[in-house]
Design a protein around this ligand. Structure first.
Ligand code: F0G
Length: 461
């Protein structure tokens, strides 16, 4: 339990009851869910760390702002309010609301794919981003620094682009075939790891030299700004808002799942710095895909809540507490010897299940074994990020082996207290101490794509 005279920077005004089940109940519940935590009912989960996406708590200011939502189809007051906040933070000229992050991806990414054989390059594409790159007829290349895969080794900015890999990818495929460079901040797939300002600046220079657009996938940009302030020379005394503005100066477009650092349960942002031609294409395309450009998939009231949430997420006290919570959980696990991605990132602790279960081969899903054991032990739901998520090679149909077998303990924003995190840590440490008893899984049912959501399993003897 953490104190030193500091605790959650909020007090609780409304509560949502949660219920712990018994171990025996959880054994049955998990079996009935086909040993897939996605199929559990949330009421059967005590502490839900499946995702930080759309699972945060809104503030009293956000709830009261919802009362003045303008639900006009066109030209809603709430749109103009949200637009002014987005412009204030990004400095970009054009803005459209979308229903969530993937809405921004489906509207924007196809616009830069102007012919066959094009590529997007990212530090690491998030799953839906990669899917939309491929749906647009392009291919996705990841160019993250190798330090990202060195789980035990400390690095300030494990989310950085490897500039060498980036330049080589552009040279190999030809700059005219690169649709855009996507800066994922923080880098979710690598553990919510930050990208430094120096790295963003260098990527922008390479992009500019080659006439390529840069796109910020900024679902967790505020957390990235916090790490820059904390770790990068020259930023210690700068406001988070100013760090955000410099960050956005290196992008030509901004795609955001507002379900993370927007502090709302649903919503997204598509903003474009100044490219009028691309904006005009998006403005046409958004109508059939998401909605009329001044609502684009969001209610007026939700735009009001987002306008407030975006500013709250830039508050240093909020950010300090958020990152401290993740670190607290990470420290408790590391102190007990549990291997995790080090240092922890902005939204989650990523547990290294390859190291915990060397006796379980990748195609028996070691991170699923740990995830299920954690649910049975403590009623805590986490998520597998490894070979199960990666799927099969479309040509050979073989299971692809992931470089990392991770379990993500994702912390929702402003939802759980340090006591909840202690429950998670205690249960995880118990699982770790009994790791030799863990067994792998085989498929009972496997869907051809996105199998991790719907598959059912049998535990192996
Ligand atoms: N980009 C990043 C970096 C993300 O983490 C996500 C979603 C998206 C785009 C897509 O946004 O869900 O609003 O459509 N990440 C969630 C997660 C789902 O659990 O990490 P969305």
């Amino acid at each position: 339990m953490k104190s030193k005279y500091m605790a959650e920077p909020y007090r609780i005004k409304m509560v949502e009851p949660i219920r712990q089940t018994t171990r025996d109940e959880r054994i049955t519940l998990l079996k009935n869910a086909g040993y897939n935590p996605f199929s559990l009912r949330s009421e059967d989960v005590y502490i839900d760390l499946l995702t930080d996406s759309g699972t945060g708590a809104m503030s009293q200011d956000q709830w009261s702002a919802m009362m003045v939502g303008d639900e006009a189809y066109a030209g809603s007051k709430s749109f103009y309010k949200l637009e002014s906040v987005v412009k204030h933070i990004t400095g970009y000229k054009y803005f459209m609301p979308v229903h969530q992050g993937r809405g921004a991806e489906q509207v924007f990414l196809p616009q830069l794919v102007t012919k066959k054989g094009m590529y997007y390059i990212s530090n690491i594409h998030f799953d839906t981003t990669r899917a939309h790159v491929e749906l647009a007829g392009a291919r996705a290349i990841d160019c993250v620094v190798e330090d990202c895969y060195d789980i035990e080794h400390y690095h300030d900015f494990k989310g950085n682009f490897c500039l060498d890999k980036l330049e080589k990818a552009i040279a190999t495929h030809g700059k005219e075939n690169i649709a855009g460079i996507i800066m994922t901040i923080t880098n979710n797939s690598a553990g919510g790891q930050p990208v430094s300002m120096a790295n963003l600046r260098a990527v922008k220079e390479i992009a500019k030299k080659n006439g390529i657009m840069t796109i910020i996938d900024g679902a967790r940009y505020a957390e990235n700004c916090f790490f820059i302030k904390e770790r990068e020379d020259g930023y210690q005394d700068m406001d988070i808002l100013d760090i955000a503005r410099e960050t956005f100066s290196y992008g030509d477009a901004f795609l955001m799942s507002a379900k993370k650092d927007g502090l709302v349960n649903m919503g997204g942002i598509l903003a474009i710095k100044d490219n009028e031609a691309v904006y005009n294409k998006c403005r046409t395309y958004i109508v059939p895909m998401e909605g009329f450009p001044t609502y684009g998939g969001m209610n007026g009231r939700d735009m009001e809540a987002l306008a407030v949430g975006l500013m709250e997420a830039l508050d240093i006290h909020y950010l300090q507490h958020r990152i401290d919570q993740i670190r607290y959980l990470g420290d408790r696990l590391r102190d007990a010897g549990v291997p995790i991605q080090h240092p922890v990132g902005g939204h989650a602790v990523f547990v290294d299940c390859k190291a915990i279960c060397p006796h379980i081969p990748y195609d028996q899903f070691p991170a699923l074994a740990v995830t299920n054991a954690l649910y049975i032990e403590g009623g805590v739901r986490a998520v597998e990020i490894g070979s199960l998520l990666l799927g099969r090679d479309p040509d050979t149909k073989k299971n692809i082996q992931s470089r990392m077998e991770l379990m993500r303990l994702t912390i929702p924003r402003r939802v759980y207290t340090y006591n909840h995190l202690d429950v998670v840590a205690d249960a995880m440490i118990h699982v770790y101490e009994h790791r030799h008893e863990l067994k792998g899984y085989e498929f009972e049912y496997e869907s051809p794509i996105l199998r991790h959501f719907t598959a059912t399993f049998r535990p192996l003897k």
